[in-house]
Design a protein around this ligand. Structure first.
Ligand code: CA
Length: 677
């Protein structure tokens, strides 16, 4: 049998049997290499291999010459192991030769070379693992490195979703380590037109006021050839995992030396922490780069869901679906997440296509992370996808099942699509572009009560991320020949809704400077995964334009307002229902509501109409005497209007004293808050 066919077989249907699970589930936490005193203990799992040999190399390149071969020893539960003297092997590279005999149906042999699925360090392009002393990769102060927002409630967080390269790829960014881990932590970088000096890179992010930096995949992925020099067109988002437990080499200054990428990533994390920013890792356990994934070479066909006729299940649309419900795949995923949390001090995990993993796996991850540190953030894409499960009674971790798991948040496509229009229909408008059908959805999303969620900390609110058109481009696509001013108004209205909603807000990097993804032909790009830096990089010079600066300040102001307003951080749905009341405005596109809790009162108006709206607040809300008094006492200040937003009032006079009328400009937002005694 061709080995490639073996990769998509169920080995006589054994993998899916209870017997197999019982006989071969290995529970100890010591797969891969461990440094124990003067010795290296190396273990791998391969129940049906006839022989496994360990190959040793002096360098990690694919074609480096083997200098030694050692037979691994078979143990119980499908485990193979060997003990080596550390002094002779540390910093050397290795892989395995696995021999299968009696392959089902064909009585044939196969021999494959595989990297260690539990590799902690690898050479260039992740072909060979490296024996490493991880303690030697720690930057100064690593022992005391902490998540700066460790005790922060989830709905106090503001997440910023960024591709490592996009921040520094633009030659005008002023950042030296272009596209690298280290580029993310350069301070004092700026762009200038001779007069103005504007912060770029980390200084920009810090100034914006975000709390959590969500980074697109930075484990070792397969789509970038690390051996090539930096090339603006050799770009990928990285949703194609090769070595799950190793950082990506193209983000390091030297992908050949297994130490360097580890050291630089830790340095990056420690610097971000010192700057008050927590790190969220984008993890992709739902599929692998291809079926030659090393785990699958050790146990052919075990790692994936396989449908009838030995066809790989492909709900991920990336070629394969991980069989997370199988005990050793589950263990692998759990071990990997916990490893990143422990070794790299990762503060949160964003699960790609979480709806393809099962709830039991996610619960195990939740429990494992809680044992390491409190409050590690977990969220993911709970989309429902078609996949071929290998067992019965498995529950997939979809949005609908969010309540069956403990403290795992999900992206809300409800608010995303209601605000700007469906991502699946290019010209489909959302509320900000005047679509009345979205109004009810906006209201429930503002309260953090979409029907699938039980409480707001299960909800990631956003309007755009790396997938699909940027918010600014989507607005242009929905509105023919839209003027720049109007496009900006709609963009500001969109982000105001996200920042004022109950739940956890997430921003797409560059949204705050009206990020656009346009190719040379002037076309907007929806899927920029392979487009290169020209399309993907954050274009810092746009910030030199006053109207873009204004948008940036608006985002910054909204974040500051959100952080400073307790009413936006409610956790209990009953409390929310009690606190919120929506007014009749006579115009569906004008959403007006008040939020009242104890002495705190906030009045919010969103106007998605093309004309200004006059709102009489007395008419709008119940004409209780108390309200009459409250409004007439003029204790309200405006914190957000069409122009500005902030944690301090942006204007003094907000309504006419006699009739309590406010004017909310076209396609804009207004927020009033009382001055508390
Ligand atoms: Ca790689």
């Amino acid at each position: 049998m061709n080995i490639n066919r073996l990769y998509v077989s169920d080995w006589l249907g054994k993998y899916s049997t209870k017997d197999f699970e019982e006989m071969y589930t290995y529970e100890a936490d010591d797969l891969g290499m461990r440094l124990e005193g003067e010795e290296i203990l190396l273990k791998c799992w391969s129940p049906f291999a006839a022989r496994i040999a360990l190959n040793i190399y002096l360098s990690g390149e694919e074609r480096s010459t083997r200098v030694e071969q050692i037979q691994m020893i078979r143990r119980e539960k499908g485990i193979w192991q060997i003990t080596l003297e550390a002094s002779g092997y540390l910093n050397k590279y290795y892989d395995f030769t696995i021999v299968f005999e009696n392959i089902p149906d064909e009585n044939s042999k196969a021999e494959v070379i595989a990297c260690d699925p539990y590799a902690r360090a690898v050479g260039v392009n992740g072909k060979k693992a490296m024996f490493i002393n991880l303690n030697k990769t720690n930057p100064d102060g690593w022992d005391t490195d902490r998540n700066p927002n460790q005790s922060m409630a989830w709905n106090d967080m503001v997440i910023y979703e960024l591709h490592i390269r996009d921040l520094s790829a633009d030659l005008k960014s002023g950042i030296k380590n272009r596209g690298k881990f280290l580029g993310l932590i350069e301070r004092g970088t700026c762009i200038t037109d001779g007069k103005e000096k504007i912060k770029t890179g980390l200084d920009h992010i810090k100034d914006l006021g975000i709390t959590h930096l969500h980074l697109l995949p930075f484990y070792d992925y397969g789509s970038i050839d690390e051996s090539l020099p930096y090339d603006e067109n050799n770009y990928n988002w990285g949703y194609d995992p090769v070595n799950y437990n190793v950082p990506e080499g193209s983000y390091s200054t030297n992908p050949y030396d297994g130490d360097v990428r580890i050291r630089e990533l830790k340095q990056m994390i420690s610097q971000l922490h010192q700057n008050g920013i927590s790190v969220v890792m984008d993890v992709v356990y739902n599929h692998t780069y291809n079926e030659e994934f090393c785990f699958n070479k050790f146990v052919p066909g075990y790692f994936y869901r396989i449908g009838e006729g030995n066809v790989l299940s492909n709900g991920s649309e990336c070629g394969n679906d991980t069989a997370s419900e199988r005990s050793m795949v589950r263990k692998y995923i759990v071990d990997s997440v916990l490893y990143w949390a422990k070794e790299y001090h990762i503060d949160g995990f964003r699960f790609d296509l979480l709806g393809l993993l099962d709830t039991e796996t996610m619960q195990a991850i939740r429990k494992g992370l809680d044992n390491i540190r409190p409050n590690i953030l977990i969220y993911g894409e709970g989309w429902k996808l078609k996949t071929e499960l290998t067992k019965r009674n498995i529950v997939l971790a979809t949005q609908k099942r969010v309540n069956e798991m403990d403290r795992i948040a999900m992206f809300s496509d409800d608010i995303r699509d209601a605000v700007k229009g469906s991502v699946f229909e290019e010209g489909k408008k959302g509320y900000i572009s005047g679509n009345r059908e979205c109004v009810e959805e906006i209201k429930t999303s503002l309260m953090g009560l979409p029907e699938w969620a039980e409480y707001p900390e299960q909800i990631i609110n956003y309007t755009s991320c790396h997938d699909n058109y940027t918010l600014f481009d989507k607005i242009a696509l929905c509105n023919d020949k839209i003027a720049l001013e109007e496009r900006i108004r709609q963009n500001k209205l969109a982000i105001a809704i996200v920042m004022l909603a109950q739940g956890i807000p997430l921003l797409h990097a560059g949204e705050e400077l009206l990020r656009t993804k346009v190719n040379r032909q002037g076309e907007y790009i929806s899927d920029s995964v392979r487009e290169g830096d020209a399309v993907n990089s954050i274009k810092w010079e746009t910030l030199l334009k006053p109207e873009y600066q204004n948008v940036y300040r608006y985002y910054k102001g909204l974040i500051a307002f959100r952080k400073n307003t307790g009413l936006l951080h409610m956790t209990d749905p009953a409390e929310i229902k009690k606190a919120y009341s929506f007014a009749e405005t006579g115009n569906e596109l004008v959403i007006c509501f008040k939020v009242v809790r104890n002495d705190e009162i906030m009045i919010v108006v969103f106007n998605a109409d093309e004309t200004a709206a006059e709102i009489n607040l007395l008419d709008s809300f119940v004409k209780e005497e108390t309200w009459n008094g409250v409004l007439k006492e003029k204790r309200f200040r405006c914190y957000i209007d069409d122009q500005a937003a902030g944690s301090r009032p942006v204007s003094e006079t907000v309504y006419d004293e006699k009739d309590c009328t406010v004017t909310v400009q076209a396609q804009s937002c207004m927020v009033l808050k009382n001055i508390q005694r």
